[in-house]
Design a binder for this molecule. Structure first.
Ligand code: HEM
Length: 475
């Protein structure tokens, strides 16, 4: 330990892993260590040291200014076993990762992320949400269920070119069940431990994490495999325009194969890419929306302020578009505060140094675990006093304008910064602004949902229902 920056004392074999439970999901332990050891310290996952970078200033010096050094991901043996090798974009490294990340970003841009084309697609989902919500007026409704399909539709449309309409709602629910790591099988402490320390699976009772992943493998392979096979049969390879990501990928694959390259754009890589993109897009955006409703039900005064702004600036039930965004500072602040308080990754993804470097005077060899510890930055009580309190006004300046706060980093920073940030921001704005312009939400008879993650024991709310009241037109 003398060779690493100071940090909490690790226990034999499990390191500091237990601290993520005292209390869950670990924010407080990370905050305490940052105060005690500074913004660069060593955290042990099992027998391996990870250097945690836990202030915005330190992130700037490392992951941002010296991004290449922090760009690799730590290979996870069970991931590779599940995928059948090193595939996809979340877990891969080097030129292979870079090429596929670039290709995906390029395609997303072509499909209109950040532009009108994407906005129109999202607005179709907004209309669908309205139809579904209107059916429930006055009754309690599980909003997560309604929004999940909308969010799934946006990403499915981009990847495979179709949405799950009413007739395909069951198909969507089946796929979502594969990804529903928050409930049931992947929620136990044993699974969380094994996520970081897969070998613990062999000494802990019950199935190993790999067994559990494998159980879902068939379902994934079937769903994604069928989509890819259908595309192969249906697409017109001569057409220059692409209607979705899979089509663009298959054309690139064919082009490369003609040049004798059968490796870089393989079908196996394609199924892992769509798996990564589907998973990363659905779970994060869905969980953010769920926290949005949970916080809103607990903070009715904030909802009132949101309605006041919408009434003043929009003043009717017309569609709100991204053109309205600059005129809605409180709505933007509200979304910022949802992302900050939701704080989805208590311990961010595990990176690895690509070369030797020096941190705090310590020599850090190539291949060392490093983490951009964004959850500590977003709950830093010096930047965000009373960090657990939901208060959108933190993002409003004295003139009532939206304040830019660089410590708001829900999409992380550096070379691995979220690939779907543009898409997620557009969805969050259009969903939140349009939903709250149309409805007021109040808790059902069971009261507002619990939002204290320490009491919840993790990152997910219990299932809850809200009652919707329409704010414009006939009731
Ligand atoms: C509110 C929504 C979202 C949040 C809060 C979020 C957050 C994050 C975070 C914290 C990371 C880890 C970055 C790191 O390694 O330091 C990440 C990576 C990633 N996200 Fe997102 N994300 C969201 C939505 C999306 C969407 C909509 C997509 C896809 C369309 C997406 C695709 C990805 C991918 C592929 C990566 C891995 C990138 C790489 O390793 O190169 N995310 N995201």
């Amino acid at each position: 330990r003398r060779n690493w920056p100071a940090g909490p004392t690790p226990l034999p074999l499990i390191g500091n892993l237990l601290s993520l439970r005292s209390p869950a999901p670990g924010y407080e332990a990370f905050a305490k260590w940052t105060k005690k050891y500074g913004d660069i310290y060593t955290f042990w996952l099992g027998t391996r040291p990870y250097i945690l970078v836990s202030s915005y200033e330190a992130l700037k010096e490392t992951f941002i200014k010296d991004g290449e050094t922090y760009a690799d991901k730590k290979p996870m043996a069970f991931q590779e076993a599940f995928r059948g090798g090193s595939y996809g974009v979340v877990e891969t490294n080097g030129p292979f990762w870079r090429e596929h990340r670039r290709f995906a970003i390029h395609q997303f841009r072509d499909f209109g992320v950040g532009k009108d084309r994407m906005e129109q697609r999202i607005m179709i989902e907004v209309e669908d949400i309205f139809r579904n919500c209107d059916k429930t007026l006055g009754d309690g409704v599980d909003l997560t269920d309604i929004f999940d399909r909308a969010i799934g539709n946006v990403i499915n449309q981009m990847l495979f070119g179709y949405r799950f309409d009413e007739t395909r709602a069951d198909e969507f629910r089946t796929i979502r069940a594969f990804f529903n790591f928050n409930s049931g099988e992947f929620a136990s402490f044993s699974m969380r431990v094994q996520f970081f320390l897969p070998w613990m699976g062999y000494i802990m009772p019950g199935p190993t994490i790999l067994d559990r992943f494998k159980k879902y493998q068939k379902g994934f392979t079937e769903f994604f495999g069928t989509q890819i096979a259908n595309h192969k049969n249906e697409i017109d390879f001569e057409l220059e325009d692409n209607s979705d990501y899979v089509e663009a990928y298959l054309k690139e694959q064919r082009k490369r194969e003609k040049e004798g390259d059968f490796e870089s754009f393989s079908t196996k890589q394609l199924s892992n890419m769509v798996l990564d993109l589907w998973f990363a897009a659905l779970m994060t955006t869905s969980n953010t929306m769920t926290w949005c409703f949970a916080y809103t039900l607990n903070y009715p005064d904030a909802q009132k302020k949101l309605h006041e702004e919408l009434d003043r600036v929009i003043g009717s039930d017309r569609q709100i578009t991204t053109a309205d965004k600059p005129n809605l500072p409180y709505t933007n602040a509200y979304i910022n505060e949802i992302q900050r308080t939701a704080n989805l990754v208590p311990l961010n993804l595990l990176h690895m140094t690509t070369k030797d470097t020096v941190l705090k005077g310590y020599h850090i060899p190539k291949g060392t675990g490093v983490v951009a510890q964004i959850s500590t930055v977003m709950y830093d009580d010096e930047v965000f006093p009373e960090p657990y309190v939901f208060n959108p006004d933190r993002f409003i300046d004295e003139e009532g304008k939206l304040k830019k706060v660089e410590q708001l980093v829900p999409f992380s920073v550096g070379k691995r910064q979220c690939l779907g940030e543009g898409l997620a921001k557009m969805e969050l704005f259009l969903f939140v602004a349009n939903f709250f312009n149309r409805y007021q939400i109040v808790p059902d008879a069971s009261g507002a949902p619990e939002i204290d993650k320490a009491k919840l024991g993790g990152m997910h709310t219990k299932e809850f229902r809200a009652i919707l009241k329409k704010r414009h037109g006939e009731l």
